[in-house]
Design a protein around this ligand. Structure first.
Ligand SMILES: *[C@@H]1O[C@H](CO)[C@@H](O)[C@H](O)[C@H]1NC(C)=O
Ligand SMILES: *[C@@H]1O[C@H](CO)[C@@H](O)[C@H](O)[C@H]1NC(C)=O
Ligand SMILES: *[C@@H]1O[C@H](CO)[C@@H](O)[C@H](O)[C@H]1NC(C)=O
Length: 385
């Protein structure tokens, strides 16, 4: 009898202890989450005058005084200006990881450049600041993208192409240069992953899935800014691609604007716009990285650690390639862009599905859902998203 009693008491003691432990863990987690949000809020209300050791400045960067964030020694006029949109909370990790990885490739390239356009301006390396747009991923991002294109237009004659990307995107600038060399920058055209947001734009075909980046030719950028940069901004902001709930898509709005001004939109393969659930180099990444057709150009949803890993992997690959077979590159150049192998397609199908399931934060999410649930007939773009 007494024995049973003791066992029972022990059991209930265990039970209570276990629950107490759980409670403790939950309370700790709650406190940590709370602190994290408070820190974010504090940063939002009170941007420090230094982010990642960089001095911040208050005003919007004046166009005429703007400097490139990163540039090659020469500016021969045939390179790519990369246009990254960001916000000060991402400067420390995302932006600095770009500057350490593919930003360095730009510095070493023959004729490319990079501008980072955020909310708060930074000097050296220059981050261009646009305070008036706000920080949201809807109207704010559309407005910021407009300003970013206005900044880009400031250097319109110094570059052949203008490639718009997010701050969580890895770019292989060598592959992009190679693929762009098969298109003319003197034609008013824009290249990217097409098909997001069906129903939007005057033709109802939607626009870019911008997470993988999109390229405007010099002629295209000149055409949309033909009247003035400020009337371009008004044009963009007064014709936004907006859902009924008010969500506005920057990438689709820009694509619609391009089409309104008769800029031709074309698919560009090798842009992995929908990312991967993995933040490390798994087999799917490995297959995409080593694919010869399409050549991998961008990967979206890449955190700082994966950014370094991708950069290192590509460096090793090109070191091996330079030793092994200089011919293979030539073969790629003439290979047909419109027939990527099944493997690359599989990778992106998988990641596209994941993006839909998990609703990764990003401006294109809803558009992806719309896209996947109404795939346009014969559309080719999602396979290489
Ligand atoms: C651009 O660079 C010049 C010279 O390096 C500097 O004097 C100027 O303040 C910079 N402008 C901005 C907006 O950072
Ligand atoms: C420039 O202005 C004219 C006349 O208002 C208009 O028809 C045209 O669409 C504008 N072009 C651009 C690129 O905004
Ligand atoms: C690529 O394929 C398209 C259609 O399948 C064809 O029109 C084009 O000529 C091809 N280009 C090359 C370089 O083979």
């Amino acid at each position: 009898m007494a024995m049973k009693h003791i066992v029972n008491t022990r059991r209930s003691l265990f039970w209570i202890l276990r629950w107490l432990l759980w409670l403790l863990i939950i309370v700790c987690l709650a406190i940590l989450t709370c602190l994290w949000f408070m820190h974010d809020l504090w940063l939002t209300v009170n941007p420090t005058d230094k982010v990642g050791g960089l001095a911040l400045s208050e005003a919007t960067t004046p166009l005429h005084a703007a400097n490139l964030t990163m540039e090659s020694k020469d500016r021969r006029g045939d390179g790519v200006l990369y246009v990254v949109r960001s916000g000060h909370k991402n400067y420390r990790f995302q932006v600095s990881s770009i500057l350490r990885t593919w930003g360095q490739d730009i510095r070493a390239s023959p004729s490319d450049g990079l501008i980072v356009v955020g909310d708060v301006a930074v000097q050296n390396p220059a981050v261009l600041g646009v305070l008036e747009c706000g920080k949201d991923h809807s109207l704010g991002l559309c407005c910021k993208t407009g300003y970013a294109l206005q900044f880009a237009h400031h250097w319109v004659d110094d570059f052949a192409w203008f490639f718009v990307v997010d701050d969580d995107t890895f770019v292989n600038i060598r592959n992009l240069r190679q693929v762009l060399s098969t298109f003319s920058f003197l034609e008013a055209q824009a290249l990217g992953v097409l098909g997001c947001g069906p129903g939007f734009c005057e033709d109802g075909l939607g626009g870019f899935c911008g997470g993988g980046g999109y390229a405007l030719s010099r002629a295209a950028l000149k055409r949309i800014m033909a009247n003035s940069t400020s009337s371009f901004q008004v044009d963009l902001m007064s014709h936004l691609a907006t859902e009924r709930d008010g969500m506005a898509y920057d990438d689709i709005s820009v694509a619609c604007l391009l089409k309104r001004h008769r800029v031709r939109l074309q698919p560009l393969h090798g842009l992995y716009a929908f990312g991967s659930p993995k933040q490390w180099l798994d087999d799917a990444y490995e297959r995409a990285i080593t694919s010869q057709s399409p050549l991998p150009i961008t990967f979206h949803y890449v955190g700082p650690i994966l950014m370094e890993a991708l950069h290192n992997r590509f460096e090793r690959l090109s070191a091996e390639g330079d030793v092994a077979a200089p011919e293979s590159e030539k073969r790629v150049e003439s290979s047909n862009q419109s027939s990527p192998p099944a493997e690359a397609a599989k990778f992106s199908d998988f990641t596209a599905t994941f993006a839909v399931l998990s609703r990764l934060p990003g401006t294109c999410d809803k558009a992806i859902v719309r896209y996947v649930s109404h795939p346009p007939g014969g559309g080719s773009s999602i396979s290489f998203g």
